[in-house]
Design a binder for this molecule. Structure first.
Ligand SMILES: *[C@@H]1O[C@H](CO)[C@@H](O)[C@H](O)[C@H]1NC(C)=O
Ligand SMILES: *[C@@H]1O[C@H](CO)[C@@H](O)[C@H](O)[C@H]1NC(C)=O
Ligand SMILES: *[C@@H]1O[C@H](CO)[C@@H](O)[C@H](O)[C@H]1NC(C)=O
Ligand SMILES: *[C@@H]1O[C@H](CO)[C@@H](O)[C@H](O)[C@H]1NC(C)=O
Ligand SMILES: *[C@@H]1O[C@H](CO)[C@@H](O)[C@H](O)[C@H]1NC(C)=O
Length: 158
């Protein structure tokens, strides 16, 4: 009994790092300008029986391969079996290099802008106060910004 329980709680599971939700404020989406403020909640979900301590990191938001904005996540920890949540504000701005991109113009006028978020998080899971296991995880989410309703839709993280 004791051994089985011990093995179960000693097994290190991979935490999850993802965008949980977001709302937006429109600053200027008159083509070729695109500037929306994103108010996002980002979470680090720790499934382990001990805390996951992680370093600070940056979450980048891309349209295709083009960086639109980023958010800083401070170093912190997610307690055992909990999700540490962060509220961040991100200015999503199209660089001028997209001014002549017709697909981008079409997507803005259709009202749905596809974005993806990526980040790397490194840290350690602590078990039984003594055992420390390094765990590095990635964020990889896709989503659509509904420009008119200023809501996030089709959020998918893997
Ligand atoms: C919004 O962007 C357009 C196109 O770049 C520009 O002409 C317009 O002045 C901007 N509007 C505001 C309120 O900044
Ligand atoms: C972490 O914070 C340090 C000091 O503030 C900063 O120099 C570094 O760029 C940050 N790292 C990331 C990945 O954001
Ligand atoms: C993030 O913001 C939402 C909405 O304002 C609020 O309900 C939530 O408690 C905030 N979360 C954190 C971790 O500050
Ligand atoms: C995450 O790390 C990979 C390589 O391990 C790198 O290609 C990628 O640019 C990093 N992403 C961010 C947002 O730093
Ligand atoms: C991110 O997820 C997409 C599928 O949703 C996949 O094609 C892509 O390879 C993933 N990228 C990374 C860096 O894991």
């Amino acid at each position: 009994m004791g051994i089985v329980f011990g093995l179960t709680i000693m097994k290190v599971k991979t935490p999850k790092f993802r965008v949980r939700s977001a709302t937006f404020e429109t600053i200027n989406v008159t083509s070729p300008s695109f500037h929306m403020k994103m108010y996002a909640e980002i979470g680090v979900k720790n499934p382990n029986f001990g805390p996951y301590k992680f370093h600070n990191t940056t979450v980048n938001f891309y349209y295709g391969e083009t960086l639109f904005g980023s958010a800083n996540i401070p170093k912190s920890k997610a307690g055992l079996k909990t999700t540490k949540k962060f509220n961040v504000t991100v200015d999503l701005i199209a660089p001028t290099s997209l001014a002549s991109n017709s697909q981008f113009a079409n997507e803005v006028s259709s009202g749905l802008l596809p974005l993806r978020s990526q980040s790397n998080l490194s840290g350690k899971v602590e078990l039984m106060l003594i055992m420390k296991k390094k765990k590095s995880i990635q964020m990889n989410c896709t989503m659509n910004v509904n420009i008119k309703s200023q809501q996030l839709q089709d959020l998918n993280c893997n």
